[in-house]
Design a protein around this ligand. Structure first.
Ligand code: KMH
Ligand code: ZN
Length: 285
């Protein structure tokens, strides 16, 4: 991994919260934040708990996943008005979102966007990310000065990231930040062994990474990530129980747990200001 100079102290831990996702129904999990008011309250609580960045999937008035642009803008504004968290919009959406709608997410002007490096089985569904879509979205992020977070669900996707950087150059800002999403049924396992293999395959241009484990793999992946010097993503997009039979009541509980795990590893939560420097986010207009 590159040793690019950063102004952020080496002991910092960037915690990203992914509070909603596109997979869980509000009816099954009423505590899932699915309205602008709920996302604002969640953002405040997670910021206070130690998060630096928020990965957002938007829901419509019926709590269904949507990529409707006015709603995306409303959610981004709700978070920006209530906190200084780095705003990352999901371009992955739900498995049912057409690719052209996913490209339009950047019209909502996030500071960062997720960018998945390949197609993967996703439970009973397929999460589609063909190479032409990846390259188009990547070039759009460069043009719009949005910092991508490369989502890596599988080892093959790490190799695709190498190919992307070789062909299309560095992202906007010059930092290459990756996020391993592990334990999705159909993709790489949520284990320390899989994480080690994936980290070893990262391109030399990579400057930072985080990891998250879906469901019960959250602790194995989080602890392995800390032991390898990585950052953490947590949130109800990825996990809905604190332990067997104990539901997550609020995303901030998962952020608090990430902070506690980081403390054991002698890592200090990164502030959003530090995260902006760490990721080379474009300064606000
Ligand atoms: N909802 C998943 C199908 C992303 O946010 O970029 C895709 C996903 C990845 O969550
Ligand atoms: Zn997501």
């Amino acid at each position: 991994m590159s040793t690019a100079v950063s102004t952020v102290p080496a002991d910092r831990l960037m915690i990203t919260v992914a509070p909603t996702g596109a997979e869980t129904a509000k009816a099954e999990c009423p505590q899932l934040p699915t309205t602008p008011e709920e996302i604002a309250a969640t953002a405040i609580a997670c910021r206070e708990a130690g998060a630096a960045m928020i990965h957002i999937h938007v829901r419509d008035r019926e709590h269904r996943p949507t990529l409707d642009l006015p709603l995306l803008r409303e959610w981004v504004a709700a978070v920006r008005e209530s906190t200084d968290l780095v705003v990352q919009l999901s371009t992955g959406g739900s498995v049912h979102d057409p690719l052209e709608n996913r490209l339009r997410v950047l019209d909502a002007e996030p500071e960062s966007c997720s960018l998945t490096m390949g197609t993967t089985n996703f439970g009973d569904d397929v999460f589609s990310n063909p190479w032409p879509f990846i390259t188009e979205l990547y070039q759009l992020s460069q043009e719009r000065q949005v910092v991508p977070e490369f989502e890596l669900f599988d080892l093959g996707q790490v190799h695709t990231l190498n190919r992307l950087l070789d062909k299309y150059g560095a992202p906007y800002g010059g930092k290459v930040h990756c996020d391993f999403v592990m334990g999705v049924p159909g993709a790489m396992a949520g284990t320390a062994e899989a994480l080690v293999a994936a980290v070893q395959a990262l391109p030399v241009q990579a400057t930072s990474w985080s990891a998250t484990g879906i469901g019960r793999s959250t602790l194995a992946v989080g602890l392995a990530a800390l032991s390898l010097g990585g950052n953490l993503r947590v949130g109800m997009e990825d996990v809905l129980t604190l332990r067997k039979g104990v539901p997550v009541e609020a995303n901030a509980q998962l952020v608090e747990r990430a902070v506690a795990m980081g403390e054991l590893a002698q890592r200090v939560p990164m502030s959003p200001t530090e995260a902006r420097a760490y990721l080379s986010i474009r300064p606000a207009a």
